[in-house]
Design a protein around this ligand. Structure first.
Ligand code: GLA
Length: 383
């Protein structure tokens, strides 16, 4: 993306000079569907980003345009819509609404958005637009907030305005990502540990091209199932506040008492938390054999216990097996479509990408997109 050109296009539309913010999408190496259970995740920010160019307006209006979608949206800052409008600009509106509700006074603004994170691919295009918009809006009134707080505000926008009950992972890593590192995040304390990814590895992200949408459907159902499990265990031990607090022993003791689907969901979450903590050690120690095994176990668990995979994701995982330089792979993100993430030795990454694409295409008739990524920095002011 040419930042200068975005600034020029902004000037052409709005007749003003802009500031530009960039926030990245992410891949999650392991720790899936654990964030909203107060558990552990290990994502990395990647080079796909959303750019927001912004300038102050004299009147209290928000005027929002995108370079990817048609139309121009105009809102009165003092009468923002109380709920989602079911358009892409809900992510921006949601952030503006939450910021105002929390007492941050915003200025009228023109915004031009350029998104490069593939949409519906499970790479957090929504967190990227939220985080870049939040920093852009705050910058106009010179408000500086700590980035973890920005992440929480953006999550609230997605929960309360857009209506997807997502956890904190995506917004946090979009804010706090660090080049060359994954973040082991404790989603209860929000304490990050930066885990170096060996420079000899690439994150090869394989897009099944099957789209997912978290605002509707099974994502919120899974959350409700976890809450049911949590309430059950809390009756046995009032110290249990989330599935994070359930031990493997306690889980095993009650295997027969819970309805089967609820037990399966709990089982995934409790074991996935342990796998994630173990994976951070394996990656930091350069034990790629162990790291790969944990990723494979995570995928099987998401497929069989949490039931958020799909045929295409399973196939994409299968066709990676046995390829030279492949350490391990799994579905990444919410599921029901989207991408897999694969740890692959750098020198093998181009051939890996070609082989996986060809095998997947032969099996499904769908041509996948394959992106070879490294871990990147989180949100930045560019101008
Ligand atoms: C989506 C949500 C995250 C997380 C993942 C599943 O990406 O935005 O908060 O719950 O799904 O791990």
């Amino acid at each position: 993306m040419q930042v200068l050109e975005l600034a020029q296009r902004f000037e052409k539309f709005f007749g003003a000079q802009s500031r530009i913010y960039r926030a990245p999408g992410r891949v999650n190496l392991i720790g899936e569907h654990t964030d909203y259970n107060d558990g552990f995740v290990m994502p990395a920010a990647v080079a796909f980003s959303t750019y927001v160019a912004i300038a102050k307006r004299t009147e209290r209006k928000l005027v929002i345009r995108s370079e990817q979608f048609p139309g121009s949206f105009e809102f009165d800052l003092d009468h923002l819509p109380p709920q989602r409008t079911r358009s892409w600009c809900d992510y921006v509106l949601g952030v503006a609404t939450v910021l105002q509700q929390q007492g941050y006074s915003l200025a009228g603004a023109s915004m031009l958005i350029h998104g490069e994170v593939p949409i519906g691919a499970g790479l957090s295009s929504s967190a990227a637009i939220e985080v870049a918009s939040a920093l852009a809006l705050l910058s106009l009134t010179e408000i500086q907030l700590p980035l973890p707080q920005v992440a929480q505000l953006c999550r609230q926008a997605e929960n309360n305005f857009v209506g997807a009950r997502v956890g904190i992972m995506d917004q946090f890593v979009s804010c706090m990502g660090k080049a060359g590192h994954a973040i082991l995040l404790d989603c209860r304390s929000l304490e990050p540990k930066f885990v170096p990814i060996p420079a000899s590895l690439r994150l090869v992200v394989c897009n099944t091209m099957v789209k997912h949408d978290l605002a509707t459907g099974t994502y919120n159902t899974r959350r409700a199932e976890c809450e049911e499990g949590m309430r059950y265990f809390a009756k046995h031990d009032p110290a249990i506040r989330a599935l994070r607090d359930v031990s493997l022993d306690l889980l095993d003791q009650h295997a027969r008492d819970l309805p089967a689907p609820i037990w399966k969901r709990c089982c995934h979450v409790v074991r996935e938390n342990q796998r994630t903590v173990d994976a951070a050690c394996a990656l930091a120690d350069g034990d790629l054999g162990r790291m790969g095994e944990l990723m494979r176990e995570s995928h099987r668990s998401l497929r069989d216990l949490y039931e958020v995979s799909c045929r295409e994701l399973d196939l994409m995982v299968e066709v990676a097996e046995g390829q030279p330089g492949f350490c391990g792979g799994r579905m990444t993100g919410g599921g029901f479509g989207g991408c897999t993430v694969n740890l692959v030795r750098q020198e093998n990454a181009p051939e890996f990408a070609a082989q996986v694409a060809e095998r997947y295409r032969r099996a499904t008739g769908i041509t996948p997109q394959i992106y070879t990524c490294s871990a990147e920095d989180g949100v930045q002011a560019l101008t």
